[in-house]
Every structure is written in C-alpha cells, then in structure tokens.
Write a protein that binds this ligand. Structure first.
Ligand SMILES: Cc1cc2nc3c(=O)[nH]c(=O)nc-3n(C[C@H](O)[C@H](O)[C@H](O)COP(=O)(O)OP(=O)(O)OC[C@H]3O[C@@H](n4cnc5c(N)ncnc54)[C@H](O)[C@@H]3O)c2cc1C
Length: 406
C-alpha cells in the first residue's frame, strides 16, 4: 500500500497520488493550461503524468538521502525535458513545464531549469559554432550535463562587481584560477560554464571548463535543508588550462550574464508557482483523509481557510507568470518585471509552505508525508537567483530611480 493516513507515503512508491475523486483535480482554477494550443497542451499532459507518477514518488527517497537519480535522466530526455529551450516551444509552454516539474520535485525542476535556461541557453546564445556542435546535441538529450559557475565563496549578491576568479591569456590558452560556491550539478557535470575576470582587459567572460581538466575539483555541499537532490558543489580552479576555443565568444561582459539571469529569474517564478500547486495537492489530500473529532479535518473551517489561501497564492503566482510569459513572447521582458515576479512568487511560496506544513500537524514535519520536503525546498527558491532582498532592491531602484544597494 503506497499511502496511508497514519504512515504517509512508503519510500519509493506513490502509485496513485489521489485517493478519491476531487473537484478541480488539477487545481487549475484559472484555466491557465487552456491558454496553450492543442499540441502543447497534449504534450504537457504527458509530461505531467510522467512527473507525477514516476518522478514524484521516487524523489522522496533521493531527497532524504541527498542522492541524484541518474537513471531518471534518459526518461526525462524521452519527454524532451532537456531540449525545451531550443525545440521551438512557446515561453508559456516552457513555463508550465517548469510548473509541473516543481509540482513533482523542486530539485529536479531546478536541474531542468538551470539546464535549459543557463546551460543550453548560454551555449546556444553565446557559444561558437564548434561549441554548439560539440555540446548541444548531447545536452538536449541529457547525455551530458553542465554546471553554471558564477557565485563565489566571498561574492554572492555582489558578484557583478566582486567576481574574483581570474582568466589569464597565455598564447592559445587561458589559465583559470579561483573558487566557486553553490554550483548546481558541480560534482556530476561534464563541464562548468565558468565566469571569470580577464586579467588583460578586466572584463568578465565565460569559459567551458571540462571537469576532467587538471586543476579542476568539485566537492559536494551536504546537509542542505532544501533542494537536497541537486548536487551543489564548491569548485576549485587551480590554474586550469583550457584552449581559446573554450571561451564563449558571445559572453563578453557581466551584462551578458544578466541577460541570462533575467530569464532564469522568471524560471524561478514558475518554480514558485509549481511548488505551491504541489503544496496544495498534498494539503488537500491530507485534509480529505485525516480525521479528528470523528470527521474529516476538511470539514473544519480553519482547515478550509489555509487551503483557500494556498490555492489563492498559487493562482496569483501563476497568473503573474503568465503575464511574464506574455512579455517574453513579445521580447519586452526587463529585469524589473523578472525581479518582481521572482520576489513576489517566492514570498507567496514561503507563506504557502508554512500554511501547508501546519495543516498536516505533526505529520507536516516528516518527509514521509512529503510536505516537509517542499517546506525546505521553498527556502532555496527564496534565496537563489538573487535573494528576495536583492530582487526587491532591483524593483525599488527601477520605480524610484534611486539605488539602495549600498
Ligand atoms: C541551493 C543553492 C543552489 C545554488 N545554485 C547556484 C548555481 O548553480 N550557480 C551559481 O552560480 N550560484 C548558485 N547559487 C548561489 C546563489 O545565487 C547565492 O546563494 C545568492 O545569490 C546569494 O548569495 P550569498 O549566498 O553569497 O548570500 P549573501 O550575498 O552573502 O547575502 C547574505 C544576506 O545579505 C543580504 N544582502 C546582501 N547584500 C545586500 C544589500 N545590498 N542590501 C540588502 N541585503 C543584502 C542578502 O539578501 C542575504 O539575506 C545557489 C545557492 C543555493 C543556496
């Protein structure tokens, strides 16, 4: 039996998420999925079923153990999840894939998002023809993984001005030295896209650094409270030599990194909408199954209230992101909207996670009942891709014309 109201989910097996028919089974009160054309909607339904039936149940054990489920990558590739950046999908479809991924497991949704927005996207946008030919076919079917290496131990929020990893040109080679921190997939990726400062002209540039180059080492960061499946790493670059052919010709300044970060901030907004739908799914199921005082707790007004609040937060987040996709489709998205969407949706996600956790009572504090996993994961959404505070400052600067960063 995969689920019981007393024991929660057995490790490795939720074959059926819902135990009884429910109104609004997908919780899509605003009919957002209907905004897609028929082909994309049908494709999304297939992806959702795979993520719910295959990825979600397995993810709990991997999350608990802080391990990566390598065997799921070919299956994710079969659903095209490695190539949505370059397969001609609409921005709305891509966003709703991120929603479904986060609804099933936030760590793997982070892998899918970073992979598409920051790895495939970066090589596609800024790479040479040879780099694209070498890496994109393998990346888009998850035969290869990359890592996006920007943050450093001493420079997180102030990375734009503070970045201290260096790249020094010596003949036909570059010598890369420095340290990177928090780098997703850092211990399992085939290469890292390393942002480093050119000691010649002082500009920040990006380089493909294969992980088997002498001088490259990655150490897993353990004991995280969220995103525990994502293998984050400290990376040391000790005079790593790479050919000039590994420099991304289009990545010529930090402004180029910002172009990517604008869209990846939007991706975190989709994640925040998705995780709230996951929180709602778990909370509603629990409210309908759990009995106290001789009745379903769903019958209590003070249990219906957080359910309505969580779904309201989720729909507000989703609707905001649909508007972000509209701007993306028109080429009108700017950093201010991406930052506002990221900070607003992650603030709501944190609130929804707290309400969802409380709704499960004591069972809300163990990942056996799933909710505690999402409760930890939303903390990462709040902090990465620019903290909540930094994204709020970006909005504040845009609407006042005054920078309050320092
Ligand atoms: C799980 C995880 C995965 C990540 N994945 C990656 C990755 O794949 N690649 C990558 O390059 N990076 C990654 N990051 C790094 C992430 O982007 C940084 O953690 C984030 O930018 C914040 O930097 P910091 O942790 O150094 O915090 P700090 O910059 O040290 O901030 C500490 C606190 O000070 C506040 N603060 C800082 N400056 C100001 C200011 N001017 N005004 C007001 N408040 C301020 C912050 O909001 C925060 O609350 C990841 C981080 C995590 C936790």
């Amino acid at each position: 039996m995969p689920w019981s109201k007393d024991r929660g989910y057995d490790e490795g097996g939720i074959d059926t998420i819902r135990t009884r028919p429910q109104p609004y089974p997908e919780a899509d009160l605003m009919h957002t999925w209907q905004l897609l054309g028929d082909a994309e909607r049908e494709r999304l339904e297939g992806i959702r079923a795979f993520l719910q039936n295959r990825v979600r149940p397995e993810s709990i054990g991997y999350w608990n153990r802080e391990e990566f489920p390598h065997h799921l990558l070919p299956e994710m590739a079969a659903f095209g999840l490695g190539g949505i950046q370059t397969d001609g999908s609409s921005d709305l479809f891509k966003g709703l894939v991120y929603v479904e991924a986060a609804r099933a497991d936030v760590s793997l949704s982070a892998l899918v998002g970073i992979h598409n927005e920051l790895i495939v996207g970066m090589i596609h946008e800024f790479g040479s023809a040879a780099q694209k030919a070498r890496w994109l076919p393998r990346l888009t079917n998850f035969a290869a993984l990359g890592a996006f290496a920007l943050t450093e131990p001493d420079h997180g929020s102030d990375i734009a001005g503070g970045l201290s990893t260096t790249a020094t040109r010596e003949g036909g080679e570059w010598v890369i030295s420095g340290s990177k921190r928090w780098i997703g997939s850092g211990t399992i990726a085939d290469f890292a896209l390393v942002w480093a400062r050119d000691t010649g002209d002082g500009q920040i540039k990006a380089f493909i650094v294969e992980s088997d180059r002498p001088g490259f080492s990655a150490t897993k960061i353990g004991n995280k409270i969220g995103l525990r499946i994502m293998q984050n790493a400290d990376i040391e670059l000790d005079s790593v030599r790479i050919p000039e052919a590994n420099r991304l010709p289009g990545a010529t300044s930090f402004a180029k990194a910002n172009e990517l970060l604008m869209h990846s901030r939007a991706w975190v907004g989709w994640q925040a909408a998705g995780v709230q739908l996951g929180i709602f799914d778990i909370a509603r199921d629990y409210a309908l199954e759990r009995e106290q005082f001789g009745r379903q707790i769903a019958k209590f007004q003070l249990v219906q209230l957080p359910l309505a609040e969580i779904l309201g937060n989720a729909m507000a987040s989703l609707s905001l992101m649909v508007d972000v996709a509209r701007l993306q489709e028109r080429g009108q998205l700017e950093m201010v909207q991406a930052a506002m969407a990221k900070s607003t949706t992650t603030r709501l996600a944190r609130e929804s996670a707290a309400k969802g956790r409380a709704l499960l009572g004591g069972n809300g504090v163990t990942t056996d009942h799933e909710m505690a996993k999402l409760f930890g994961d939303v903390e990462i959404l709040h902090t990465y891709e620019g903290t909540y505070e930094i994204n709020s400052l970006i909005v504040g600067r845009a609407v006042t014309g005054v920078s309050a960063f320092v």
